[in-house]
Ligand binder design. Structure first.
Ligand code: CP
Length: 325
């Protein structure tokens, strides 16, 4: 496929993005547009009947080849709140077990009449492959291997924006297993693109082999970084993606890089604690810190629905006037 054909597959006739595969597909301006749309959908979500007809007649399929609670449920809720039909695919009970290929699975789902596919897979690059296979559907990356999780970064930008009034000039630390984290990759790009100063706080074994091109600083001293931060963004140890022993012990990791109660008390007034979930309480963060006022974890989840409504509307709703929806 030529570069022109590839560009045509990624945009519609008006030049609007057809897919969301990585946060760079939006850029800072596109992120701003999603944030503005999200404000409208937060308002919709607060109505007694939190539903608008913006995507009536459209069908959204969720194709999750890897487990999920937040992302899957919030995309399906978002689609229903926009009045789209939802098609749910479960890898475990599908004909993949009979040897059907990923490509044939995707084309089979598309043949039933699907306007968007929300795709999660444990292998990096699968949503991009799917976007190359489909004929007309939009593809949204719901997390692929270590690569990207763009809608997580969008809901995090929105959550920070609501608490802090924007990201410009904020000091944000992303703490923990950066190496295996698709969330970290999307968040670094989004946070830095919106003007935040990002520091990675991690043991050397849990950093990527190369940070060339990453707009970040690096620290191995959590205690010295903590008091200067506006946002502490904690990551789970992603054991499902670790193929070797990278830590001496969990106890040592928690002692050095965990957000303990003592460390939470070092945070500046107004600083917030975030985590994409699922949280391993007592490992990367003390159980009680997740429930303290500094924690924005529940807001992140709540905002995820409205952000995903905005993404689906942006990809599928062109031509629909949101004000009359
Ligand atoms: N943050 C996130 O992607 O959570 P799930 O794996 O539960 O979707």
């Amino acid at each position: 496929m030529t570069a022109t054909q590839q560009a045509e597959k990624r945009t519609d006739a008006t030049g609007a993005p057809r897919h969301l595969l990585a946060i760079d597909d939006l850029g800072p301006e596109g992120i701003g547009e999603v944030m503005r749309l999200t404000d409208s959908f937060v308002e919709v979500s607060r109505r007694p009947i939190p539903k608008v007809p913006a995507l009536r007649g459209k069908t959204v399929a969720s194709l999750f080849f890897e487990d999920s609670t937040r992302t899957r449920l919030s995309f399906e809720t978002a689609a229903r709140r926009l009045s789209a039909d939802v098609m749910t695919f479960s890898a475990g009970s599908s004909s993949l077990s009979k040897g059907e290929s990923l490509r044939d699975t995707v084309l089979t789902v598309e043949a039933m009449g699907v306007d968007a596919m929300v795709v999660r897979h444990s292998a990096a690059g699968v949503p991009t492959q799917v976007a190359g296979w489909v004929r007309g559907a939009s593809v949204v990356n719901a997390g692929d291997g270590w690569h990207e999780h763009p809608t997580q970064a969008l809901l995090d930008c929105y959550t920070i924006g609501r608490r802090k009034g924007g990201l410009e000039g904020l000091r944000i630390a992303i703490v923990g297993d950066v190496r295996h984290s698709r969330v970290a990759r999307s968040c670094v790009t989004a946070f830095a693109g919106l003007g935040a100063h990002v520091t990675l706080v991690s043991p050397p074994t849990l950093l990527p082999a190369s940070l060339a091109g990453w707009p970040v600083e690096v620290s191995h001293d959590f205690d010295s970084v903590l008091p200067k931060l506006d946002v502490v963004y904690l990551l789970r140890l992603q054991k499902e993606r670790m193929t070797e022993a990278l830590l001496p012990s969990l106890r040592e990791y928690t002692a050095t890089y965990g957000l303990t109660r003592r460390r939470a008390e070092l945070l500046a007034p107004g600083a917030i604690v975030m985590h994409p979930g699922p949280v391993n309480r007592g490992v990367e963060v003390a159980a009680e810190v997740v429930d303290m006022d500094v924690s924005a974890v529940t807001e992140q989840v709540a905002n995820g629905v409205a952000v995903r409504m905005a993404v689906l509307y942006l990809l599928l709703g062109s031509g629909v006037d949101l004000a009359s929806a």
